[in-house]
Design a protein around this ligand. Structure first.
Ligand code: PMP
Length: 438
């Protein structure tokens, strides 16, 4: 089996003359729950692409919307003008999102959404005469994309170590996963909510008047699918409110039905001040992200600001790109028309049982699930962390199943259209593979 030293799959930046070291994995087509590989095999999509194709691949309504839009209006600048679908989409999104999160800033990716939300947080405090609030707080093991801000608040060592200097004035709350307490928890683990209280230590250290925002993934995705302990997010919300600190949910993965509710905001019934999204927003069809802001924030930085002020810090050439908006409107129609968020909620117990049926297989040291997400943690091979996980990925692909691995953790997050027999197939393939791993 390949070892991490032979890792070839991280091809970016792409280059025409770059050679594949091992057997190539090229995806050439996709429909519904399946990719087609270059050697004409059907690959069951266990990861919705990269946590994004929530409506499955090539949904006819989304395809048609993009084609029609491309023929009608390919591009429109959004400075001092707009196009109707941008406004229609902003309205639809505000209606889909709970609470006061009624305003949308369009971006082109999750990373841009994160950087935008961090800037909005600072601008908000400044607009209210609290310009000393500039410190940002993330979490160990947090992943918030690859923008400068996102890497700074992110808590993954590998993302950070290549940079001598990142944003200053950033702290990280402790990671809440503790295998001693949380291993094999179904859904949300019971242990660990108190770790949110570490925010009090940072407030004592720096003074609340210097802290702008706390950013968290409501469910840790990229670091290996780790669920927040019961009550953790609620406690964080209470403490942020107490100290006038904005709370940002990074819902790039959890948004648009992944947990069996429209957003983690609904799932946890906790309303942050800002929410970052991307991925499922248009089912991965065209790059797009969106930041949701509460009324009070919009009022402070847009309504009460001098004309044009917002354009000084927000606005990408491709913000609210017509193709992305058309795809998003169609995706929302599909989510709603086919009841996909509800469907994810209904499938979640079946999914949970399928995940936890892997207990007892060799190497399996933890199993985690929430909504239609799973993390299967394998014991690392001594002195070769990541090798076992990578072998599982390679073998799954060869057996016709696409999974994502981070280190020795296998992550699953299928399109929300997944059928029960496809869930059975996924876990049967994985069980076979895990049994025979070195
Ligand atoms: N935040 C979270 C929580 C993510 O999972 C990701 C991507 N996996 C990002 C931000 C970055 O999104 P993008 O890759 O679209 O920039």
């Amino acid at each position: 089996d390949a070892t991490p030293n032979d890792l070839e799959p991280f091809w970016m930046p792409f280059s025409a003359n770059r050679q594949f070291k091992a057997s190539p994995r090229l995806l050439v087509a996709a429909q519904g729950m399946y990719y087609t590989s270059h050697d004409n095999r059907r690959i069951l999509d266990g990861t919705a692409g990269l946590w994004c194709c929530n409506a499955g691949h090539g949904h006819p309504k989304i395809v048609e919307a993009i084609q029609t839009q491309a023929a009608q209006l390919d591009y429109a600048p959004t400075f001092q003008m707009g196009h109707p679908k941008a406004f229609e989409l902003a309205g639809r999104l505000a209606n889909t999102m709970a609470g006061d999160l009624n305003h949308v800033f369009f971006t082109n990716s999750g990373s841009e959404s994160v950087d935008t939300a961090l800037k909005i947080a600072l601008a908000y405090h400044r607009a209210r005469g609290e310009g000393t609030r500039t410190r940002l707080i993330g979490r160990e093991k947090g992943y918030h994309g690859v923008g400068f801000g996102g890497i700074s608040v992110g808590g993954l060592g590998n993302n950070r170590k290549q940079f001598g200097g990142l944003l200053t004035g950033v702290d990280h709350l402790p990671h809440f996963h503790n295998p001693e307490h949380n291993a094999f928890s179904r859904g949300l683990p019971e242990w660990g909510a108190h770790l949110a209280d570490d925010l009090e230590k940072l407030v004592a250290l720096h003074d609340a008047s210097t802290i702008a925002a706390v950013i968290v993934e409501p469910m840790v995705g990229s670091a290996g699918v780790i669920m927040p302990p019961k009550g953790y997010l609620e406690r964080l919300r209470t403490l942020c409110t107490k100290h006038g600190i904005l709370l940002i949910f990074d819902e790039v993965i959890t948004g648009f039905g992944r947990l069996g509710a429209p957003f983690a905001v609904d799932f946890f019934a906790v309303e942050p001040d800002l929410v970052t999204t991307a991925k499922g927003l248009n089912s991965g069809a065209v790059p797009m992200g969106a930041v949701f802001a509460q009324d009070k924030i919009y009022d402070a930085i847009v309504n009460a600001a001098p004309p044009g002020a917002i354009e000084l810090f927000h606005g990408y050439t491709y913000s609210a790109h017509p193709l992305a908006c058309a795809a998003a409107l169609a995706a929302l129609d599909v989510y709603q028309g086919e009841g996909l968020f509800q469907r994810a909620a209904e499938l979640a117990p079946y999914w949970e049982d399928a995940v936890h049926a892997l207990k007892g297989l060799p190497h399996v040291i933890d199993l985690r699930n929430l909504g239609l997400v799973a993390g299967i943690e394998l014991a690392a091979i001594d002195g070769n962390p990541g090798a076992r996980g990578y072998s599982a990925f390679v073998r799954a692909y060869e057996a016709g199943l696409l999974v994502r691995v981070t280190g020795d953790i296998i992550a699953l997050s299928p399109p929300l259209i997944v059928e029960k027999d496809q869930i059975d197939t996924m876990f049967a393939i994985l069980a076979d593979i895990i049994r025979t791993l070195d």
